[in-house]
Ligand binder design. Structure first.
Ligand code: CP
Length: 317
């Protein structure tokens, strides 16, 4: 695998899910795969799970890791081509990416959207420029538009928790006080659409319809209760408005996932990528119930990352 920015970079989704499960079952068996290889993790934005689980994954494979908060600890990065660099931006992305490639065999990058301008955000230029200028393979640690390591971990978790040949998976918008990126729901929809054992239904208030580029043929409804009926999995997530880009236009708390909402499902499992605002997005009772998979998902981030790094290291040999 030469890059991992979306599900489209994966040749066989079932195979990479199986690879994650195989590594999870016996992580010690992979200790030499990344010997003498260096992983660099670059964060333009905060992280807990991605930062720690990807380092843990690298350690399972015997890799060394360097982590940098590039926004805080590095020079301010210029991304425009051909500009006169007489502002406060001291380093061009093309130079930084090429230099980091000399130190790192694989580079992970996290870069969130500004939520000010959809066209600019959806161009995903920081991630794409790293792919363009780095000599090493790039792994998205969440871009402006997608979070593929999260989605792979989510699919692994779904497969571990249901043998049903067709699982009803509901992606539901939930309230949040702040405007959040659309990367997680975009990516989740894209990955679920590739899974032949998943029927995906998306529910959100008007003004929150995700781009069909990601949702494909998934059914959409603004009636959350109808969507939740008989669901096997409920994946809650807030995202900011798509019609009034990057804004919070709905503050309706009736979208919060509560025990009453979960009672509409077929003993459904609750999922969320974390971090989660308790009693805003979902109630304590749901999050702490035995049907909550939030910790399993977070744990599977390690094995999703290990499967991706493993595939990249195999390619290098
Ligand atoms: N789910 C997730 O990516 O968590 P972090 O933002 O803490 O890495």
């Amino acid at each position: 695998m030469e890059k991992f920015l979306s599900v489209n970079d994966v040749q066989d989704v079932n195979e990479i899910v199986q690879s994650a499960l195989k590594i999870k079952a016996n992580p010690e068996a992979y200790g030499d795969v990344g010997k003498n290889k260096m992983l660099g993790l670059l964060f333009f934005n905060p992280s807990l799970r991605t930062r720690l689980s990807t380092q843990r994954a690298a350690r399972h494979l015997g890799m060394d890791v360097m982590v940098m908060n590039i926004d805080k600890d590095g020079w301010k990065i210029e991304t425009e081509d051909g500009v006169v660099m007489d502002s406060d931006k001291a380093e061009h992305l093309k130079d930084a990416a090429a230099v980091i490639s000399q130190y790192c065999d694989i580079i992970g990058v996290r870069s969130f959207p500004s939520l000010q301008n959809k066209e600019e955000d959806y161009a995903d230029s920081i991630m794409k420029d790293f792919v363009k200028y780095a000599k090493s393979p790039i792994v998205s640690l969440e871009s402006a538009t997608r979070h593929p390591l999260q989605s792979l971990a989510d699919l692994v978790t779904i497969r571990e928790n249901s043998d049903k040949p067709k699982k009803k998976v509901v992606l539901t918008w939930a309230p949040h006080p702040r405007a959040l990126p659309q990367a997680v729901p975009n990516s989740f929809a894209e990955w679920m659409n590739t899974a032949d054992d998943v029927e995906l239904i998306i529910t959100a208030p008007e003004g929150y319809e995700l781009d069909p580029e990601f949702t494909g043929n998934a059914k959409f409804t603004t009636n959350q209760d109808e969507a939740l009926k008989d669901a096997d999995f409920v994946y809650a997530k807030n995202w900011s408005s798509t019609t009034e880009y990057g804004k919070v236009v709905c503050k309706d708390n009736s979208w919060q996932i509560t025990e009453e909402k979960m009672a509409l499902t077929d003993n459904g499992k609750f999922m969320h990528c974390l971090p989660i605002r308790r009693n805003v997005v979902a109630s304590d009772a749901v999050l702490d119930s035995e049907n909550s998979l939030i910790l399993e998902e977070a744990n599977n981030r390690t094995f999703a990352a290990a499967a991706v790094l493993n595939a990249m290291l195999e390619k290098e040999d």
